[in-house]
Design a protein. Structure first.
Length: 256
């Protein structure tokens, strides 16, 4: 059990990568606060975890609101009895392209990908200090390591998330809080068509995905489990000496 008795918060845990990770963390002994905008999805993950004999609580929150970010952290701390680990996983692809960029969509992407991580990370620090330390994980993307032709706003936000992770690693080391960042390539979740298919027909989207997959040395897009297992490593004591790492989980895509 790699997370025995750990008190873990995962945002955007109602679907995709967050859902698989919440289930995995609970199976490794953690009590998990499942935070999501969609309260129904969060409750269904909690039910699945409890059916497996694990401990979990649902917290509904819209993390585009700073007040909601703080409330979600505080509510999770009350339900769990403290917080050891926070994974700021919520994010969104944002607008494609740069000409006539939709500034409302731009702001939404910045608020969810970046500001939510800033606010929740700051707000969780006193909770972790009380526990004598902890770990924060942030979700960027390969688009936070190399530029994205199709998603420049998303890429800008995720580069900022990588910078935030490295900076918080420095700022919080004295509090024994480790901060790392996962940088997945394309992952087979409900969000994937948003990246590959914006403004395209189903056939065109398939062709874009096939082209992208051909550029991945390991020859496939990731499954949510691939990211969940890497996240488990980074938040567990197996990674006790790792902080400030931005880990590509991309089948070798960013090696070129
Ligand atoms: N899927 C990919 O290809 C991929 C690749 C790299 C990085 N990522 C990153 O992974 C994260 C999630 O991806 P996923 O593929 O698991 O997505 P997903 O679509 O499967 O799940 C996203 C979840 O976020 C929740 N959510 C949406 N808006 C929210 C808000 N305002 N407040 C709280 N929760 C909200 C949704 O209800 C949903 O349950 C994002 O940060 C994304 O940028 C995804």
């Amino acid at each position: 059990m790699r997370l025995k008795d750990k008190l873990v918060v995962v945002t955007a845990a109602g679907s995709g990568i967050g859902r698989e990770s919440a289930l995995l963390f609970a199976s490794e002994g953690a009590a998990v606060a499942v935070v999501d905008f969609d309260g129904g999805k969060a409750s269904s993950v909690v039910e699945d975890i409890r059916r497996q004999g694990g401990t979990a609580y649902a917290v509904q929150a819209d993390l585009t609101s700073p007040d909601e970010c703080k409330r979600a952290v505080d509510e999770a701390a009350i339900r769990l009895g403290g917080i050891d680990i926070l994974w700021n996983h919520a994010g969104t692809p944002g607008p494609g392209g740069i000409e006539d960029v939709d500034l409302v969509a731009y702001q939404h992407a910045m608020d969810l990908n970046l500001r939510a991580s800033v606010v929740a990370s700051g707000h969780v620090v006193p909770h972790m200090r009380k526990r004598g330390g902890g770990a924060i994980l942030l979700t960027a993307s390969v688009s936070g390591l190399v530029g994205s032709q199709f998603s420049p706003i998303y890429s800008a936000a995720k580069f900022a998330v990588v910078g935030l992770g490295k900076s918080l690693a420095l700022a919080l080391a004295a509090d024994k809080i480790r901060v790392n960042v996962v940088c997945p390539g394309p992952v087979n979740t409900p969000m994937l068509p948003d990246f590959m298919g914006r403004g395209l027909s189903a056939q065109e989207a398939k062709e874009v995905e096939a082209k992208f997959t051909a550029q991945i040395p390991l020859g496939r897009v990731a499954e949510a489990q691939d990211v969940a297992r890497a996240a488990l490593f980074l938040i567990s004591d197996d990674a006790a000496y790792l902080t400030g790492v931005a880990l590509p989980i991309d089948g070798g895509f960013t090696c070129r």
